[in-house]
Structure formats: structure tokens, C-alpha cells
Design a protein around this ligand. Structure first.
Ligand code: DLL
Length: 440
């Protein structure tokens, strides 16, 4: 059962604002947040002083380029409370992210920050077709990770019946989904595919046995092909949702049912795209590193936070009526780029190859190694159940096709290993797709 393609909008007064009025609002909020940071956070004051900038110099969004950047290392170096812009007693929530290396990073939220974040997720769920009559099953992990509580707050805010399942225990998830008649699902796209496969394994037919119509899926990169597979497996509309702990958790941007890019909540955050090397701002339509400035956050606001996520921004009007700028899919991260034999390799490039080959599933693992000073790349990919019994030569053809495509798209040769269906580890949260033995 798919959601009817009606475009309900939670906060039309902001989401459909004229661009001029929005710019005015952003200018005013930017001036306020820059002063707040300068007055209350030592790092920002020192960095602005070093560049000879005073808060009064930042008058409009066009002046953003004069502000210093904030990096994940700044959060680590000042962990846990060094970037707080309010007294600790005004913080009502800590959320965090484990990151891939080193110390976790945390962000502190005031009551108003939680309120703003809740509204951003409410907008996302409504954009995916949600409303008061929905039963929203939240299978993002609850805890420091922002996925569970974020989706929970947003779903509760729109008055939906919220089911706080958290991640894991997949068969039980599906039984609850069936018995309660859940209509929406919120989890990572890889976990949603796993749920979809398990639904089939349990002999259930999503069209007859489930009442799901749509969902908000994010927290990890995914592709159009994965969307198609997920939509088929569960018979739903699958919308992308993006966010990060440092800015607000899920809901920083989200897709509407047009599914043509994620609307940025521009009344709360200002997005920029920069060249990651020169750090110069790039125009809309050009791929680069996404940078956010929060303009309503009180607890731990961020000026020009470098996300390391790579995408494109565009401002073509959307059929849904929202006037906000949209983000294309995240196509990679500047820091999870693998350099193999001198070639820059993004896991998303390999994924795009795999999903274009018939007979293999989107579950894969990249294993990078170094033997006698030479880097090697192995791509392990699951073959689909119905290709499993294919003849040896049919499987050999699949392997050759992947091998040739990887070589032509990525520019290096890789060892391709076809593994049996469902043999790679499944994740209930963010999928892990790279094992780099060179770093061990
Ligand atoms: O992943 C927040 C979130 C929860 C977003 C639930 C969406 C749904 P962090 O754990 O801090 O926060 O990780 C943030 O995850 O910089 C991206 O690299 C990646 N990411 C998040 N959403 C998407 C997405 C949450 N839709 C980091 N597509 C970000 C691709 C995403 N990558």
C-alpha cells in the first residue's frame, strides 16, 4: 500500500516562504548566532579575532565566507563541553555519535534545540506522507544515536501512534508491524532491506499481510537502486532523510514524495558547498563538501561546520510547493575515501557498479589490504537466491562483468568474490562496508 502522492506540509509558513523573505530571516538569525558564539565560545572568539572579524562584520548570508570553519576535530579537542554556548545547566539533552575513530563526539541541546529538532523531523515524516492516523514504527537505535529519539519525537509531534521498537530482533519487529498494522517505518535503508528480506523469508506478503505505505530512511549512504529494491520488497514509498548529531540529528533535510532531493530546513540551517581542498564556496549544481551553519541552535551552535559529506545543492522549484533548497544524495565522504594504489576510491562508486549487475544483491564488503607494499582490493558481494543455483559459467560471467565494470568506473582492478546469499553480516544500524586491514 503506497502513500497517495498528496503533498502535506507541516510548516508551510517556513517551508514555502518566498526566497526573499527566507533570506531576510536567515540574515537576522545569522547575525544573532554569530554574536552568541563570539560572546560565549572561546574558540570562535579567538578564531574570529585572529582573522580580524567582529560579529558586526557579518551582516548577511553573503558574509558567511569570512567566518572560520568548524571541524569534527574541534568537537573532539574540546570534548565534551568546550563548545557549549550556554551554561551547562541549560542543557537538557546530550546526543552523540561514535564516529569511526577515537573519542565519541557529543552535542548538547537546550529545551528549545530539542523543540526545533522535533519540528524538523515532524516536517520530514509529514513530507513522507505521515499524519495523525499513522502508526510509525521506529527501528533506528535509541540512545546517544540521534536516529531513535529523533524519529520518535517527530512522530509523536504529528500525533501519530509511535512504536519505539529500536533496532534489532527483526522477526519480532515484523510480528509487531503485522499485528499493529504499522503504516510507516523509520530505520536505516540497509536495515529496511534486511527487514524486507526477512518478511519474505517468513512467508509473508507485504501487500496482504502488512499495512506499510512509506518510511524515512537515512543515517547512511544509499542509492536509487537500493530505493527501488526496498520499495519493491516492502511495497512502500521510501524517502531519504539526512542529518548529523553536530547539527541536529535526522531532519536537517528530507525528501518529499517527489523523491527528487532532500529539502533543507533552511530556516534553521544554512547549507554551503565548498571545494574541500581550496575551501572556496562553490555554486549550486556543483558537487563538493557540504557545510552547515546552524542559525537557531542555542546549546552548541555550529558556524560553517564541515560535514565531509559530498553532494550537490540545487534550487529548482519542487512540485510539492516547498521553496527550500534541495540536497542530492550523499555520494561519498571526503574522509572515507579510500586511496588504493594511488587511486581515490569511494565505496559508493563500487556500490553503483554492483547494483547495475543482474543476479547480485546490494550487500557487499570491500576488503583492502597491503601485501609487500602493494595495495589490494577485494569486493565480496552476495549473489541473489535465484542466481545461486546458476551454472558455474553463469556465475563466472557475473564475476567478469563486475570485474570489468569496477575497472572502468573506479580505475583499478579488484578481486571479485561472489559469496552465498545472506552470508555477509547484516547491520541493524549503519551498515559497515569497508574493512581496511592497512590501518590495523
Ligand atoms: O546519522 C543522524 C540520522 C539519523 C540521519 C537517522 C538520518 C536518519 P550521525 O550518527 O552523527 O547522525 O551521522 C552523521 O551520517 O555526516 C553522513 O555521513 C551520514 N548520513 C546521515 N544521513 C544520511 C543520508 C545521523 N540520508 C553522518 N545519506 C552524516 C547518506 C547520511 N549519509
Amino acid at each position: 500500500m503506497k502513500a497517495p502522492k498528496t503533498h502535506n506540509i507541516y510548516s508551510p509558513e517556513y517551508e514555502c516562504m518566498s526566497r526573499d523573505a527566507l533570506r531576510e530571516l536567515q540574515n537576522e538569525r545569522l547575525r544573532r548566532v554569530v554574536k552568541h558564539e563570539y560572546d560565549n565560545v572561546a574558540i570562535y572568539r579567538e578564531r574570529m579575532d585572529a582573522k580580524g572579524i567582529k560579529p558586526e562584520d557579518i551582516k548577511t548570508v553573503d558574509d558567511l565566507r569570512y567566518l572560520p570553519f568548524t571541524n569534527k576535530t574541534d568537537l573532539r579537542d574540546t570534548f565534551p563541553f568546550g563548545l557549549l554556548a550556554v551554561p551547562k545547566r541549560d542543557i537538557v539533552r546530550i546526543q552523540g555519535s561514535s564516529g569511526t575513530t577515537g573519542k565519541p563526539i557529543v552535542s548538547g541541546y537546550t529545551e528549545n534545540d530539542v523543540e526545533v529538532w522535533t519540528e524538523m523531523v515532524a516536517r520530514a515524516i509529514v513530507a513522507a506522507g505521515g499524519g495523525k492516523d499513522d502508526i510509525v514504527q521506529v527501528c533506528y537505535g535509541y540512545g546517544l544515536f540521534t536516529g531513535g529519539l529523533g524519529a520518535h519525537q517527530g512522530a509523536t509531534r504529528i500525533g501519530a501512534m509511535t512504536v519505539p521498537m529500536s533496532s534489532g530482533n527483526t522477526q519480532r519487529q515484523i510480528l509487531m508491524m503485522k499485528e499493529l498494522g504499522s503504516t510507516m517505518l523509520c530505520c536505516t535503508p540497509s536495515y529496511a532491506i534486511y527487514i524486507g528480506e526477512t518478511v519474505r523469508d517468513m512467508g509473508l506478503d507485504p501487500k496482504k499481510d502488512l499495512r506499510l505505505k512509506s518510511g524515512c530512511f537515512g543515517a547512511e549512504p544509499w542509492t536509487e537502486e537500493m530505493r527501488q529494491r526496498l520499495e519493491e520488497l516492502l511495497d512502500i514509498d521510501a524517502c531519504d532523510i539526512y542529518g548529523l548529531t553536530e547539527i541536529a540529528g535526522p531532519g536537517v533535510s528530507f525528501e518529499c514524495l517527489e523523491k527528487k532531493g532532500m529539502h533543507v530546513n533552511e530556516d534553521h540551517v544554512i547549507p554551503e558547498i565548498i571545494d574541500p581542498v581550496t575551501e572556496e564556496p562553490l555554486p549550486y549544481g556543483t558537487a563538493g563538501e557540504l557545510v552547515f551553519t546552524t542559525i537557531t541552535k542555542e546549546g552548541m551552535p555550529m558556524l560553517r561546520y564541515r560535514t565531509h559529506d559530498i553532494c550537490v545543492l540545487h534550487d529548482e522549484p519542487c512540485a510539492c510547493g516547498r521553496t527550500t533548497v534541495r540536497m542530492g544524495r550523499i555520494t561519498g565522504r571526503t574522509d572515507d575515501m579510500l586511496v588504493i594504489r594511488g587511486v581515490n576510491v569511494f565505496p559508493s562508486q563500487i556500490e553503483s557498479v554492483l547494483v547495475s549487475v543482474k543476479g547480485v544483491s546490494p550487500f557487499y564488503m570491500l576488503i583492502v589490504d597491503r601485501v609487500h607494499s602493494t595495495d589490494s582490493l577485494e569486493v565480496q558481494v552476495e549473489i541473489e537466491e535465484n542466481s545461486f543455483s546458476d551454472t558455474v559459467s553463469a556465475l563466472e560471467n557475473i564475476r567478469n562483468e563486475i570485474s570489468e565494470k569496477v575497472k572502468s568506473v573506479v580505475g583499478i582492478s579488484a578481486k571479485i568474490t561472489l559469496v552465498s546469499p545472506k552470508s555477509l553480516p547484516r547491520s541493524e544500524g549503519k551498515a559497515k562496508r569497508v574493512i581496511d586491514n592497512r590501518k590495523l
